[in-house]
Design a protein around this ligand. Sequence first.
Ligand code: SF4
Length: 464
Amino acid sequence: MKKSIIFIEPRGGKTNVFDNYMKLPLMGSLYLGTILFNHGYQVQILNENVLAKEIDPFEINADIFCISSLTVNANRSKLLASQLKQIHPMSKIFIGGIHASLLPEEFIEVADHVIIGEAEEIILDIMEDKFKEKIIQGSRTKDLENLPKVNYSLLLGIQNMKLIPIMTSRGCPFDCNFCTVTKIFGKNFRMQSPKRIVEEIENTFRYFKKQTFFIYDDNFAANKERVNEFCDILIEKKININWVAQVRSDLARDPELIAKMASAGLKLVFIGFESISDETLKILHKSQTKSDIEKAIRTFHEYGVDIHGMFMFGEDNETAENISETAEFAIENKIDTIQFMIITPFPGTQFFDQIVKENRLFHKDWDYYNGMFIVFQTKNISPVKLLNSTYQAYKRFYSLRRTILDICIIIFDIFLDALVWNFERIKRYNLDILLIRAFSKKLVTKYSDVYSTYMQYLSEIEKE
Ligand code: SF4
C-alpha cells in the first residue's frame, strides 16, 4: 500500500482575529493532494481554520506530514512540526508554502525537508524519496491547464466553507513593492484557458451544493480576453453561479468587460486600492492613481458589483490626516466593505529589504505580520499614532450609527416600493453587505483587546 500523507494548513497566531472567520483552504495542498491521491496515496488535508479548531498532534498519524507555512502562521507551523516529530518520530515532515519558500533556513531544524516554491511537477518524486537534499527547490508549474481537477473531498470539513475556492492563474505582471506574489509565482502571468476554468467550476458541482465561488487569483483580470471569453462561456452555457474575484482598479478602463462579468455572475470584487495619495501609490509601485480608484468604484457599482476595498497605511509619508481622509473617502464613495491594513514588510519583498537595510524592523515575531500591527519604525507618524488612527478609521467606517442609518434606508426603500408594489429595486437592499458590515464591526471590537496589548509594547519602544 502507498504511503499515507496528511497536509496541514495551520491557523495564524492568536493575534490574527480573521482566522476564525476565514474558513477557506489554500489551493496548493488541494492540487498536490489531488495529484498524490490520483497516484494511489492516501491523502487527507486538514486546515485549522476550516475545521475551526487546532489540530492535536496526538490525534493524527501518517507516514508523511506536509505543512503549508505562510508568514502569518510560521510560528505555529514550526511548533506543529516539532510536536509531530516528537510524537511520530518515524514520520517524515515536509514544510512548504510562501514563508518556507522565502526563508527556508527557518525550518531546517524542525523539518526533514523544506520545499521552495511550487511543487506540482516534483511532488511524486519527493514522495518517492528521490531528493536527498534538505532544501528542495521546486519549479514553476509550466502548464496550469494540465493540473488535475481538484478533489475537494480530500479536505476535512468542506461543509463549513461558505465559498468554493478556485485558482485559475498564477503570477502578476505588476511589481508592487510590498507584494510577495511576484517573488513566489513570478511576473509571467500563467493561466488556465476559459474552457478549463469552466470545467473546473463544473467539477466542483460533485462536491458542493452551494454555488458561490471565490477566484483566488491575485490579479484575475490580468488577461482581459481570457476573462471576456470565460464570461461568454458561462452565459452561453447558462451556468448560473455567483463569483467573487480579486481585480485591479484599472479594470474600470474597460466598462464593457465589467458589465459582462456582472452578467456572468460577478457579485463582489476585492480591490487593493492601498492609498488615495498618488504620491504613495507611486512609492508602492502600484501603477494606479486616485482617479483610477474613483472610476473603479463608480463603474463596479454602476453594474451592481459590490466592492471590498483594501487600503494600507504606514508608508513613509503617511500622516494621521491621510488615514482619517481615507476613511471619509471610503464612506463618501460608498465602498461596501473595507479593510484598513497596516503595511507589513513581508520577507522577500522589496519593502522588507528596504526596512531591514535601514535597520527599522522592530522584531520578527511572525504572529504580528498580518497587516494589523506595525512592526517597523515609521517616519512621518509615530507607530502608536499609526495604530491608533487605523483603529479609529475602522471604527468610523464600521460605526453603529452608519449601520443603523443603512437599515433605516433599507426600511424606507421597502416602504416606498411597497406603496407602488414594485420590488424591482430589491437588489439595492443589499442585506449581505449589511451583514458583513455588522460582522466586521464585531471583528473590530475583538481586535481592540489584542491591539491594546500591542499598543503598550509600542509605547515602551517609543520611550526608549
Ligand atoms: S499587489 Fe496585486 S497588482 Fe501588485 S504585484 Fe501584487 S498581485 Fe500584482
